[in-house]
Design a protein around this ligand. Structure first.
Ligand SMILES: [Mg+2]
Length: 310
């Protein structure tokens, strides 16, 4: 199916606007009409704005050129394709219009054939742009999320942790920072096979996501290692939350091809009162990791806090 665009016709000359509207209709392009620059800008600021703009040079409110300047200053993922229309066709005018951000130029009175061809160039350009934005969004997702569990990967997670800590400083919230690791994961892989291991990682990712709130952070930071960050009132409450998650995992029926596979997880954690030293994220990680080591040492399937292991 052809990529479809929606157009905006901005012209204070009502007859001229009507003429273009009728032509676009004939060519199967949906269009909205504005009769001055202010109305046109309003249309562009809508949540789903038209993407192909046909702007008259001289209009009350804002001129087509002023609109161009304004629109190009807005940070848009999908900037519109702008065609300026004018009776002035001197080289200086054409150059000025293009320099101010217009993509193309059409002189009045319109030559229908030329207008149609230029609209088609605009449509093709917008289609290419949309495909590019789409590919970039997909690449960004691939670069930030773990394919198996759909959770944030290590790099993306650590980028966001710095933001989380800055926000926690501003809102004076307290955080629990936990690193957790599936017990005897290698044995599970050896006994049930790697596809079973993958299935467990997926199910565990879902289970962890269900246990935390949507605004808490959760990511897969290594093979069978996860990181959790959530806001919490005090250390006692933080311990209760992790203990509840630990028990949920112990009780959960992890299944692969009809077989139930017992899984437990060890947790290391630290309770954090964030301050301005956001760079301490690495320290917290190291503290939680040391506590996790203690949980493993003490027999696994345990929650240990850093304060209790130094
Ligand atoms: Mg005019």
């Amino acid at each position: 199916m052809a990529f479809s665009v929606r157009a905006l016709i901005a012209d204070d000359d009502k007859a001229s606007a009507k003429l273009v509207e009728v032509l676009l209709q004939k060519w199967g392009i949906e269009a909205v009409v504005a009769h001055d620059g202010l109305e046109a800008l309003e249309q562009v600021m809508q949540p789903e704005p038209p993407s192909l703009l046909i702007l008259d040079w001289e209009m009350p409110g804002y001129s087509g050129i002023e609109l161009c300047q304004k629109i190009r200053q807005i940070d848009m993922a999908n900037p519109p394709y702008i065609i300026i229309c004018t009776a002035r066709d001197s080289a200086e005018h054409i150059a000025e219009g293009l320099n101010q951000g217009a993509n193309d130029f059409v002189t009045k009175p319109f030559n229908t054939q030329v207008l149609r061809a230029r609209m088609e160039v605009g449509r093709r350009t917008l289609e290419l742009q949309a495909r590019l934005v789409d590919a970039m969004t997909r690449l960004d997702h691939l670069a930030s999320y773990d394919e198996l569990t759909g959770l944030l990967n290590r790099r993306a997670l650590f980028e966001r942790l710095h933001e989380d800590f800055s926000r926690a400083v501003r809102t004076e919230s307290r955080l629990c920072f936990s690193v957790c690791d599936i017990d005897w994961f290698k044995r599970i892989n050896d006994k049930y096979g790697h596809p079973a291991g993958d299935a467990i990682l997926r199910q565990l990712g879902e289970l962890l996501s269900q246990q935390l709130r949507p605004y808490d952070r959760i990511g897969r930071i290594g093979g069978e290692e996860f990181l959790l960050l959530f806001s919490v009132k005090d250390a006692g409450r933080a311990h209760k939350v992790l203990e509840r998650i630990r028990v949920e995992i112990e009780r959960f029926r992890f299944e692969f091809e009809g077989r139930v596979i017992p899984v437990t997880m060890s947790f290391g954690a630290t309770f954090v009162i964030p301050d301005e030293r956001v760079e301490r994220v690495e320290d917290y990680f190291s503290h939680a990791d040391q506590a996790l080591y203690q949980s493993k040492e003490k027999g696994r399937n345990l929650v240990t806090f850093f304060d209790n292991c130094v």
